[in-house]
Design a protein around this ligand. Sequence first.
Ligand code: ADP
Length: 756
Amino acid sequence: MPKNASQRNVNQPQEEAITASHITSFGVGWKKTIANVQENIVAKKTVEEDLQERLLQQAVVTELGIKALVGTDLQRLMNEVVLKLKDILKVEYTKVLELLPDGKALVLRAGAGWKKNIVINKSTVPTERNSQAGYTLLSKRPVIVKDLPNEKRFNGPPLLRNHGVLSGMSCIIYGKNKPYGILGVHTTSYREFTKYDVNFIQAVANVLAAAIQRKHDEEARKESGALFRQLAETIPHIVYQFNRKGSIEYMNKKWFEYTGASQANPNTLESYYAFIHPDDLQKVLPIWKQARKKGESYEVEYRLKRHDGIYRWHISRSSPIKNKKDNIMHWFGTVTDIDDRKRAEKNLRYLAEASKVLSSSLDVKATFDNIAKFAVPEIADCCSIDILNEKGSLDQVAVVHKDPKKMKWAKILHEKYPPDMNAPYGISRVLRTGKPEFYPSVPDALLLKIAKDKRQYTLLRKIGCTSSIIVPLFREGKCVGGITFSINDSMRQYTESDVKMAQELSARASLAIDNAWLYKGSQDAIDLRDNFISVASHELKTPVTSIKIFTQILQHHAERIGDEKTKKHLEKMDRQLNKLNELILDLLNVSKFQSGRMEFKRAVFNVDASIQDLVGVLQAGETKHKLIIKGETNKKVYADEDRIGQVLSNLIANAIKYSPKADKVLIHLSSDDKNVYICVEDFGIGMAQEHMSKIFNRFYRVFDKTDKTFPGLGLGLYISSEIVKRHHGKLWVESTVGKGSRFYFSLPLNTEDPTN
Ligand code: ADP
């Protein structure tokens, strides 16, 4: 309460300014109260008056608080504060000082009553003990001054001294981390401020502090918003924000660059969907719906339409932005182009699969077909393979189109319009350069250029091609053809990464085709050999048989006339003819097996008796090795006795041949419920493990130092194994180098035996 009411400096015009322009409707009510209370102060001063005054102060605090709350401009609020304080506390000077960042001074932000040379935002007072304000900051509580000239706690600053200030009151306007500044009131007359006055000024300072903080927060928000925009504009992704109702609030620059959309597009989520590939939208919508329902972040991949109509794969990540009450206010998201990554992944997968397919066949035609089939529709809508023929033109060795009708047209096109080998584009150029040709887009103008006439142009248009890659195929390092991949889809286009994949595929395909060709070459050679064997063995058989007959006639003749010398020569000749005959028979057998012409005359025979007979015959012609039969089968089998005899003869002949230092060969006989077992054991050179499975192949011979001395064609075991196989038996070997071998064969106790 002022001591002397008559000294109060009521500044009428200023009061007018405040009440007229700033007080809210709520404040208008209080205006009347203020006016009433003022009247009372002048009339009498009672306890009631004190109460009224405090009420008035509270009303002012409330009024200012509301203004701070509704976001009144800070400077305006400060101006009101200083005027209100001046008015309510009946003081000459009021001020809002802000502590400067260096902490050395406080600058005047708002003030009332001061001389004209005191300028808002310019005039300062020092800190620490050089001013009342500085001292207030130091003491950290409101400071009341009764008699400034005699003040001991601090020095009265020029600002106050020049204005003849005697009393005053100041308090801190608190900030978030450090004080914002000081709120002060001063009088030129002695005045005692009550604790209610102190509470009042502190309450007003607190209102100011809240308003200042709010302004700072707002600025920080604006700053971070601006920072976000700046960031969003620079990153190479699409950034968007939409509100919970689905209205687009923000799309960054990248969006407009990528889609070529106008500024207003999209303005809703629905209009955004129009840029998503229709096939993917079906997948996106449920994910989005679910995320929206749960209020959770989500991630989804889809193809997004580029300005040129091409769709590229993107990954979209979106998160909700919630307010303090946990309500979703916005959705924020990024959309990242993953098309190249996706393609690379797909291409790698394709290559891995393609390698498997390529290695699955050694047939040239099948390999070509596999390549083309495998590419469609994964990599291409149409894939064709062209290979140079002996005439120097191109054969279309494979063509696959995802639309079978168009495949027919593609074939017609090739037949009627074979590629011009001198053309400066397409497969012809690939053949000349050995490098790929890449057409990211195939405009109509190019088709017109390629087409020789209207029909070809129509066919080209019908087959359709919007993007194409042709990669070379090599054989033994020479470019011999090419694979053409093409897409017929205005929404897709090949990229460099597809070219790389196609090149890699062509490298693998070249290898596979090389192998297939090599294999075909060796197969052709084998076929040629087999043909030769078949023809030669047939052609040799007849003359050798007649030579043998004539040799025998001559042998009889020499015997009759007693020409011993000639007889011996003829006997030797006959033995060699027998060997030659055996060879011819072997060759004949081989070609019979090859062509499937080998016939068997099956009958039931006694195994033990048959073997004893045969061994007896063989022993008669063998002087060095004793052929010893061990055990017996006691079984009959249903088989071709002659052919089984042939097997046993082969094995015994080998046993004798490959055991030159031994003097016996054992023939073991045994049986069980299912089979009879015959084993020929020798004590000869034996063989290493690695040969054991191969010796049953055609023409396989073990070549080592010792073996070179043994004659043979490598056919005996092949023929034997074929015979045993056809009898549903088994032939196998156990052997140790330098110790000898055991050749076993089994024959099933055949139920086919009609007599059983
Ligand atoms: P050939 O004896 O006419 O060469 P075979 O088909 O009968 O043809 O035998 C194939 C190969 O198996 C022979 O070259 C030989 O190296 C090996 N072989 C066959 N029988 C024996 C055996 N009893 N002991 C050692 N090696 C053998």
